[in-house]
Design a binder for this molecule. Structure first.
Ligand code: PBG
Length: 328
């Protein structure tokens, strides 16, 4: 045999020498679910180890993550039903605890943290949809001004990166204009470029109690069968000024991550969503998979596919494995 690939794998040194992909804690984003109040730490049943936290509790958790090298966070609000209405008023209301959270975290940690928002109507909407609902339709153009208001309120509250997750057409350009016209030209946009109508968001909707009251999200989120359509979304987001393009979910869509990475030179983000996390956690709790090995392999595969940054509920756990010297 002239070629024996096993020669390059023969020692740990050789394998380390030739490792093509490395995943650092600085590439990871830890999501937080926030609630109003104080002293709240309420576990999400379908996401063991993940909590709805009030700001005071989240501050302590954020510090623990920072000490482990996790500097980027994406925040989501779990809003009481009585504050929801059809036009998502609470989303940009001055007494909104979610906006206060950005202020508080920035006052506490300043440039030590990189804070990402979520822009969509669903956490605040009595319909549980990402856009305005009229009959059976989710309105596009009428939704844009509300998205603009959410984004502006979040920028004012100190967010570093605005994260439109709503999948309305034209929203990146709309939000970019609103931010620029108000002096926030340095606030970035991480667009959910290829966000699929996926079953893997189930546990997240439990966490926020944000499932659609009626129908599904298939008229705005993408069909899981489609890849070329992701290139149309990417072209639009790129031209509209997105600073990052996200693919979501991650694991069942590694081919989409790859195709965006090959075609665009701006950073690609991947969202390793709630259902992917719960699936792995459940198998590990049953003793069917080894968490310390399977979890890093899962994240590495997302990086290898082309993600520059990964949003994952395992960010902190990964950082703990790195600290403990358990990641090669
Ligand atoms: C809402 C939003 C969703 C997620 C992030 N932002 C759910 C949805 O679109 O229904 C899902 C994240 C996850 O499952 O971890 N706009």
């Amino acid at each position: 045999m002239q070629r024996r690939p096993r020669r390059n794998r023969k020692t740990a040194i050789s394998r380390g020498f030739l490792k093509e992909t490395k995943l650092g804690v600085e590439n990871l984003v830890q999501p937080f679910f926030l609630v109003d109040g104080t002293g709240v730490k309420d576990e999400v049943k379908s996401m063991p180890g993940n909590y709805r936290m009030s700001i005071d509790v989240a501050l302590i958790e954020m510090k623990a993550c920072i000490d482990l090298g996790i500097k980027s966070f994406i925040l989501f609000p779990a809003v009481k039903d009585e504050l929801k209405d059809s036009v998502a008023t609470y989303g940009s209301s001055p007494d909104n605890f979610y906006l206060k959270a950005f202020q508080t975290f920035k006052e506490q940690f300043g440039d030590e943290v990189n804070l990402i928002t979520d822009v969509a109507l669903d956490p605040y909407s009595s319909d549980g949809h990402d856009g305005l609902v009229q009959g059976n339709e989710i309105l596009n153009d009428e939704t844009l001004p509300i998205l603009g208001e959410l984004a502006l309120a979040q920028a004012k509250a100190g967010a570093d990166i605005i994260g439109p997750s709503d999948m309305m057409d034209g929203r990146v350009e709309y939000i970019r204009n609103v931010l620029d016209n108000n002096g926030y030209e340095n606030v970035s946009i991480m667009s959910y470029t290829a966000k699929y109508a996926s079953a893997f968001y189930g546990p997240f909707r439990d966490a926020l109690d944000s499932a659609p009251k009626k129908g599904d999200k298939k008229t705005y989120q993408m069909d899981p069968a489609n890849k070329r359509e992701a290139l149309i979304e990417a072209e639009l987001d790129f031209n509209e000024g997105a600073d990052y393009m996200m693919v979501k979910p991650a694991l069942p869509y590694l081919d989409i991550i790859h195709v965006l990475k090959e075609n665009y030179d701006i950073p690609i983000a991947a969202y390793n969503v709630s259902g992917e996390c719960s699936m792995l956690t459940a198998a590990c709790q049953n003793g069917w998979l080894d968490f310390e090995k399977a979890m890093p392999e899962m994240l590495l595969s997302i990086k290898r596919a082309g993600a520059d940054v990964i949003i994952t509920y395992f960010a902190k756990a990964y950082a703990e494995l790195v600290r403990d010297g358990k990641i090669a």
